[in-house]
Each structure stands twice: as structure tokens, then as C-alpha cells.
Design a protein. Structure first.
Ligand code: ACO
Length: 325
């Protein structure tokens, strides 16, 4: 018996930060952002909103759609790089809020690949019968880790959460192949140096903005394209499928040009590659589950469809999952 995604849900803040808003904050333009990234707006949490709130609402929507009670969930994996706090984990906070009294709760730190990391972890637990139902959530409030004086990062990131309920599925459905990878040699291509045990929080680290995300976007771009295209091909080769068999490719929404380059390497037509980056920006670990839920709600993915998901993020990390719904 395979493990499959039974249902999905998503949520995001009401606040919107448009390219026109950013033009007033840093030296940039709607034209630059649109041409270089494809982003027109992103969701932005208010001062008193935080990651687990969006995660909880996304999780509740996924549970409702599955018709599964919180008590039936045996593990909650929350993929996030922007947790509410260091301790306890956001997974535990979600567990409390949704009343999943029989679940273990934990976080996965794998940046934008976190959702596929979570999927890959729980897949074998379900397939081997160790557990029946799992909740995997990708949730971020990235805008609180963004330096709004650094135009190379502040135009990219947005906030939101997506969730999926996974459980056993019959026949040829479910996760057919899944793989996660990392290469820590690229650690300084996207990192936040301050606030940990290496560079603890001091007045100086805060004054120097060491707690903010720093990114070498140009270098990451090439690694992102290579990694996502490579692992996607591997997932297809492993299962004997081709891109023609795939109904929809859902790549991590990092940058429209990265998505286009991956699509071109896979030789998959534009209409088969989902993109919502114009509305959401890059929501890191939330990007794939938000996109997946939108596809399902819009009827772009229906029962029997083969879907390829691929992600890339800071670490660097990457992953690929081929699934039949
Ligand atoms: N507005 C105007 N000009 C800008 C802006 C801006 N917002 N940002 C940078 N520029 C300028 C630069 O200063 C540079 O000017 P210069 O030539 O005078 O030095 C010029 O534009 C080109 O800069 P590049 O960095 O080369 O621009 P690029 O085309 O690479 O686009 C971007 C930058 C959008 C960041 C792109 O590299 C990218 O998307 N990279 C990948 C991001 C990614 O995948 N991250 C990992 C996943 S996210 C995660 O894990 C949380």
C-alpha cells in the first residue's frame, strides 16, 4: 500500500505588499521586479501575526477536506525556517491548537524544500504501517526575517502556509517516488548568521542586521535550476514515466525565470507548469503546498493525475516527489 496525499489546505495573511509599495521603500521598480522575478505582489503578516496561526488554519482546512479528525493524526511535521520561536517547535504549537492529542509534533528546517522533506519522512512511516495519518505543513512569515533595506531579498519573499493530510491509498495511487538532497558547501548562498549559538543575539548583531536573510541570488539561481531539473528527471526515470505522462509540474515558486528554466530543461510545456509567483512571491516551504491546494481547488489536478513536485532552498537543499492522485 502506498502513502498518498488525501487532502490539502492553505492560508495567508490579508496584508498585501505590492511592487508599488516596495518602490517607496527601496530603490527598485515594478518593471525590474516583474522582469527579473515574475512577482507582482506578496502577502505580508502584520506585526501581531505569526507563523503557527497560518499553519493552523491551513491544517484545519486540510483536515476538514479529508473528513479526518485531529485525533487520527499521528505525526505533524511543520516545515518552516521562520518558526514562532526556537522552543517549542511550531509542530507542537499546531498540535495543541488543532487538538491532535495522539500526534507527535516536530519541525523540519530545510528552507524551501521543507515540505518535500516532510512528505518524504512520513511517506515511509505510512507505507510500512508505522502510522496511518500524518499532517505535513509548510508555513512561513518570511517578511519578519527580511531586511527592508536590502533590495535583492526584500522584493522576493512573502508569507503563507499550506498543509497536506497523508495516509494510506489504494491501487496505483500515492507517492511513487520521492527523494531529498542537500549540499551544505553552499551554506553562505542563503543564510541568516545571527541569533544562534555561533553568533548569539547581542545589540551589535541586531544593529548589524545579522538576523536577516542574506542571499547570493545570482549564484543560487544556477544551482536551483540544475538541482530541480536533475531530481525531476531522476523521479521520472526511476518510475519509468515521461513528462508526457505528467498532468502538472509544481515547482517551488522561487522566481519565474527559475521555473521557466526548469521547464525548458524538462521539455515540459508552459501550461503544465503551475505558477502563482505573481500573487504570492516566494513563500519558501509554503510555496508547494499552497500551489498544490490551488491546483486542486481550481480542478487542475483531479483523481488519477500524475503530479511532479520539485523544490530547492537554502542549505542548499532540494527534493523531488512524483505522486498519483
Ligand atoms: N531592484 C532593482 N535592481 C536590483 C534589485 C531590485 N530589487 N535587486 C538587485 N538589483 C540590481 C543589482 O544591484 C545588480 O545591479 P548591478 O548590476 O549594478 O550590480 C543588478 O540588479 C543585477 O543583480 P542580480 O543579483 O544579478 O540579479 P538577478 O537577475 O540574478 O536577480 C534575484 C536577482 C531575483 C535574487 C535572482 O537571482 C533569484 O531569484 N535568485 C534565486 C533565488 C532563490 O532561488 N533562492 C533560493 C530559494 S528561497 C529559500 O530557500 C528561502
Amino acid at each position: 500500500m502506498n502513502a498518498g496525499i488525501i487532502s490539502t489546505g492553505h492560508d495567508y495573511p490579508e496584508g498585501i505588499l505590492t511592487n508599488a509599495d516596495l518602490e517607496k521603500i527601496v530603490e527598485t521598480s515594478d518593471d525590474w521586479i516583474t522582469t527579473r522575478t515574475g512577482i507582482k505582489q506578496r502577502r505580508k503578516a502584520s506585526e501581531d501575526e505569526y507563523t503557527s496561526q497560518f499553519a493552523v488554519r491551513a491544517a484545519q482546512r486540510a483536515l476538514e477536506s479529508a473528513g479526518i479528525s485531529p485525533e487520527e493524526i499521528e505525526i505533524i511535521v511543520c516545515a518552516t525556517t521562520t518558526p514562532d520561536q526556537i522552543l517549542p517547535s511550531t509542530g507542537c504549537l499546531i498540535q495543541k491548537e488543532i487538538g491532535a492529542v495522539n500526534a507527535a509534533g516536530m519541525d523540519v528546517f530545510a528552507a524551501c524544500s521543507g515540505f518535500l522533506y516532510g512528505i518524504t519522512m512520513v511517506e515511509s512511516m505510512i507505507r510500512t504501517g508505522q502510522i496511518r495519518y500524518a499532517l505535513v505543513v509548510g508555513a512561513e512569515v518570511l517578511t519578519k526575517y527580511v531586511d527592508y533595506t536590502d533590495r535583492s531579498t526584500c522584493v522576493i519573499f512573502g508569507d503563507g502556509a499550506g498543509a497536506a493530510v497523508l495516509g494510506p491509498v489504494e491501487g496505483d495511487k500515492g507517492i511513487l517516488a520521492t527523494k531529498i538532497m542537500s549540499d551544505g558547501r553552499y551554506e553562505e548562498q542563503l543564510y541568516a548568521p545571527g541569533g544562534g549559538t555561533k553568533l548569539g543575539t547581542t545589540h551589535d548583531t541586531i544593529d548589524n542586521g545579522e538576523h536577516f536573510f542574506k542571499m547570493k541570488g545570482n549564484e543560487l539561481f544556477k544551482v536551483a535550476v540544475r538541482s530541480m531539473a536533475g531530481i525531476s528527471k531522476e523521479m521520472l526515470a526511476k518510475t519509468g514515466y515521461t513528462v508526457d505522462d505528467v498532468k502538472m509540474v509544481i515547482p517551488h515558486q522561487a522566481n519565474q525565470r527559475i521555473t521557466d528554466a526548469v521547464a525548458s530543461r524538462l521539455k515540459v510545456p508552459e501550461e503544465k507548469v503551475y505558477s502563482n509567483i505573481a500573487e504570492h512571491g516566494n513563500t519558501s516551504s509554503a510555496s508547494i503546498p499552497i500551489a498544490l491546494d490551488e491546483c486542486i481547488q481550481e480542478g487542475k489536478i483531479v483523481e488519477g493525475d500524475l503530479v511532479l513536485m520539485t523544490a530547492f532552498g537554502g542549505g542548499v537543499t532540494w527534493g523531488g516527489t512524483l505522486i498519483r492522485f
